[in-house]
Design a protein around this ligand. Structure first.
Ligand SMILES: *Cc1c(COP(=O)(O)O)cnc(C)c1O
Length: 467
């Protein structure tokens, strides 16, 4: 819960002996309140130690198989980010070279995603894919409004077509910008949007279709090319030209290196914009994302604001104003450092570990794999029907050894299905995968001796973070 209610209690921090620098025992008298500003300052080293100690309770990020977000970077990248901590991304005049690195990253991505003219593609960095998706959604809505001024004025409600598996940022977009979400439910063994479902939901008020490259639920790629082809046919039938946005939060940095023949990007004329998270498979610490439009026409000029830049004007499109520049410098570092071959090697290693781990888990005899980690290096699996434990029990027991493997229930119409999901990231080596397998092997006999899933005994199933 990120929205906090004020806490009115008067709990205090306690400072042990030897934490106080100048007066070790005297420092013990200090008891800064937890929820109010203290009356006076605390020595810097004391303050550092207090915050540092408290944060020990945050989990070990390397054992967190729930998150897509980068948890390890090289020492040189960390040094670079430390050097750039004071740079404000919006201050293009003060930090023109950071602005230049951002521009180079946009060109690199435009080329990677086959923009017809990489130098004419338009794009920007963001705090993550969520902000990038908001911007892309706003551009779609604006284009629709401009195409349909009369309909908009007379109260028609614009809608956005997507699968129910989309990440929560798309629900936010629809709520914040008053767009009707038209979501295709899951059905049987189809866990993401397909072309037929997408077209069936489109009408004259559709601002666009979102295709996800790397569904957060199971790591699968949605069939973007098929969706585009179906929309081509739809346009021939109805005259309605519905643009596509590809949410490539994770897959946008995987497919170009591991699946070069897969056509999902600006090679498809219907794809108007693409986003990715620099802090997922872009291999940068949080928070950086990217939004790109295929050309100037795809991004309405009214949405672009200008900031002062070396006495001139620099166009910007963002929800935030001030934002750290360190992540952009780090993104450029990663691009420079790895090149195409390096990216292929890093993402390939992740996919190899994912495939290996999925295969071994499949052999254990009590799990059924939904995906195999052969698209985004992520896979989801569930328990077979004949075991006395469920995915929530497995997740809970793995947690005892420090592993975070989230368990969660699928959305409509597959609420009957609960899964575990593993995200293989750079830094999750085959050795760590073997340790996870060994732990799983050790606890399965115990789980098999359970009478029934603990949920049935009234133990609440803790649903894990899975976005
Ligand atoms: C993670 C994710 C997002 C949100 O990205 P952030 O960078 O965390 O804001 C959006 N869409 C998909 C498909 C994702 O996987």
């Amino acid at each position: 819960m990120a929205l906090h209610k004020g806490a009115g209690d008067d709990r205090r921090l306690s400072i042990g002996p030897f934490t106080g620098i100048a007066d070790p025992l005297g420092a013990m008298q200090l008891a800064p309140p937890l929820h109010r500003l203290g009356p006076g300052p605390v020595a810097a080293d004391t303050a550092y130690q207090l915050v540092h100690d408290e944060l020990l309770l945050d989990g070990n990020a390397r054992l967190n198989l729930a998150t897509f977000v980068t948890t390890s970077m090289e020492a040189q990248a960390t040094r670079l980010m430390t050097e750039c901590l004071d740079k404000n991304m919006i201050d293009k005049d003060e930090y023109p070279q950071t602005a230049e690195l951002e521009r180079r990253c946009v060109s690199i991505l435009a080329d990677l995603w086959h923009a017809p003219d990489p130098d004419a593609a338009i794009g920007c960095s963001t705090t993550g894919s969520s902000e990038a998706c908001m911007l892309a959604g706003m551009a779609l809505k604006h284009r629709w409004t401009r195409r349909n001024p009369d309909r908009y004025r007379t109260g028609a409600r614009p809608n956005l077509v997507m699968g129910v598996n989309v990440q929560v940022c798309w629900e936010k977009f629809c709520t914040f910008w008053e767009v009707e979400p038209r979501t295709a439910p899951m059905s049987g063994e189809r866990f993401h949007l397909d072309a037929e479902q997408a077209v069936a939901l489109c009408d004259e008020n559709t601002i666009g279709v979102v295709g996800v490259l790397g569904s957060t639920f199971d790591g699968s790629y949605e069939p973007v090319a098929e969706i585009c082809a179906a929309l081509d046919a739809f346009q021939e039938r109805t005259g309605l030209d519905v643009p596509v946005h590809v949410d490539g939060a994770s897959g946008g940095m995987v497919a170009p290196f591991l699946d070069p023949a897969l056509v999902w990007d600006f090679r498809l004329p219907r794809v108007a914009s693409i986003n990715t998270s620099g802090h997922k498979y872009g291999l940068v610490y949080p928070g950086v994302g990217w939004a790109l439009w295929r050309d100037a026409e795809a991004l309405p000029e009214e949405l672009v604001f200008r900031v002062n830049y070396l006495g001139g004007e620099m166009p910007t499109f963002a929800l935030n104003f001030s934002r750290p520049g360190a992540q952009v410098a780090a993104q450029y570092y990663v691009f420079l450092r790895l090149g195409r071959e390096g990216f292929r090697a890093v993402q390939g290693a992740c996919r190899e570990v994912a495939g290996y781990l999925a295969g071994e888990i499949g052999k254990l005899g009590c799990f059924r794999l939904l995906t195999h980690g052969d698209q985004v290096p992520v896979f989801a699996f569930t328990t077979t029907g004949d075991v006395p434990f469920d995915v929530f029990d497995v997740s809970r027991r793995l947690r005892e050894r420090g592993w975070q493997v989230p368990a969660y229930t699928f959305p409509p119409h597959r609420e009957d299905l609960s899964v575990l999901r593993v995200v293989c990231r750079n830094g999750f080596s085959r050795d760590l995968a073997d340790l996870l397998l060994a732990d799983l092997g050790r606890l399965l006999p115990e789980l098999r001796r359970q009478p029934v899933p603990l949920k049935e005994l009234g133990v609440p199933a803790r649903s894990g973070f899975h976005h």
